[in-house]
Design a protein around this ligand. Structure first.
Ligand code: UT7
Length: 339
């Protein structure tokens, strides 16, 4: 899907928030469960620890905490929000968790729904929400990326369980004039024919229903991943889509303030930086603390960098998400913050 058409209104990114579970699980702790070690995980992925939702937390609560902070920092009243869009593949409720988040936020006027695009979910949701704002159909949108893959990893599979963690991040988006537009362009891609290397499939459990009829009991198998295939996909497609986006907008990689990539593996971040000859200092990374939080990685990272002052109003950011589907995308935006 190509990017923005130029004859509509603009979108500004005006607030951010994030929330992570209380339980922190280090590599050393994980090595008590599976045959792994801190040195392997750090050198192959850059991950040092991850957060895991325990029995006293839910995805809805994390999403609400992240969303409330974004609304507050944007300077909004919750009742002025028109849309709550929750990007998640791991809702508390398969019918959707966004409505419960909307209620807890007090965003009484907002329509709320979930969007599923795995680790690309936040970027896909950001672009989706921005369409409502650019056409003038809506004025304020809250885009949340949140996942709890800890529920769906096989904690005895060392090839995948070391990678993932739980978390939530949120961005407040506002319609603006085209002159003030902050979401400069985007590209979104899907290739379902290559989707088999990363799945969270339904259980295959057939039961008799009545004579001559069967049904499938609902439920899911743990994550199945061919790590090397996903790695190759990421280091090929992420630079390619970013290059297309930057060229289309005549943006020199040197003029970017930040590269904000889906946090999956530090080696992937470094490979993309090398490809564009962007200094590692300009590549935002919090993998060491949180691992791969799926749809949450980009807003969680952005919020951290906004709060600690690295990302400043006016900064130009190239972002890319990728993951199951296979799906991937990129967006070029300027952070505005509350004015
Ligand atoms: O959002 C997208 C989600 N998915 C991803 O981002 C995954 C992308 N892929 C990757 O990040 C990497 O492929 C991994 C980190 C998953 C694996 O790194 P790798 O360098 O591709 O390792 P490998 O699979 O080639 O395994 C190398 C060795 C193997 O041992 P042998 O066969 O060489 O003896 C594995 O059995 O490392 C072993 N190994 C481990 N050892 C210690 C695999 N996992 C572990 C582990 N601890 N956790």
């Amino acid at each position: 899907m190509p990017g923005t058409s130029k004859n509509l209104g603009g979108v500004a990114l005006v607030g951010s928030g994030s929330a992570t579970p209380n339980q922190r699980l280090t590599n050393d702790q994980l090595s008590l469960r599976v045959d792994t070690n801190d040195a392997w995980i750090r050198s192959r992925t850059g991950i040092g620890a991850r957060r895991v939702i325990g029995s006293d937390e839910t995805l809805v609560e994390l999403s609400q905490r992240a969303g409330s902070l974004a609304i507050q920092r944007a300077g909004w009243d919750p009742t002025s929000v028109d849309l709550v869009l929750l990007a998640t593949s791991t809702p508390d409720d398969l019918f959707g968790s966004a409505p419960k988040v909307q209620a807890l936020l007090g965003a009484k006027q907002a329509v709320a729904f979930d969007l599923t695009a795995a680790c690309s979910g936040f970027l896909f949701a950001l672009v989706t929400a921005s369409q409502f704002l650019r056409t003038g159909a809506m004025r304020r949108a809250l885009v949340i990326g949140a996942d709890q893959l800890s529920r769906w990893v096989d904690w005895d599979d060392r090839r995948s369980c070391v990678l993932f963690g739980d978390g939530a991040g949120a961005i407040a988006l506002e319609s603006t004039s085209l002159v003030q537009n902050g979401l400069l362009d985007f590209q979104l891609k899907t290739d379902g024919s290559r989707g088999d290397c990363l799945n969270l499939p339904q259980l295959n459990a057939t039961s008799p229903l009545v004579a001559g009829a069967t049904y499938q009991q609902g439920g899911f198998s743990p994550i199945q991943m061919n790590g090397q295939e996903v790695y190759k996909f990421a280091v090929r497609e992420v630079p390619a889509i970013l290059e297309t986006l930057l060229k289309a907008n005549q943006v020199d990689p040197e003029s970017l303030d930040w590269l904000l990539l889906h946090q999956a593996n530090q080696r992937i971040l470094d490979a993309v930086a090398d490809r564009f000859e962007v200094s590692y200092q300009k590549v935002l990374s919090n993998l060491a603390d949180y691992g791969n939080t799926s749809a949450a990685t980009i807003p969680l990272m952005l919020d951290e960098a906004v709060q600690d002052g690295r990302v400043q109003p006016g900064h130009l950011i190239a972002s890319s998400g990728f993951g199951a589907g296979l799906s991937w995308g990129a967006a070029l935006f300027r952070w505005q913050g509350a004015t």
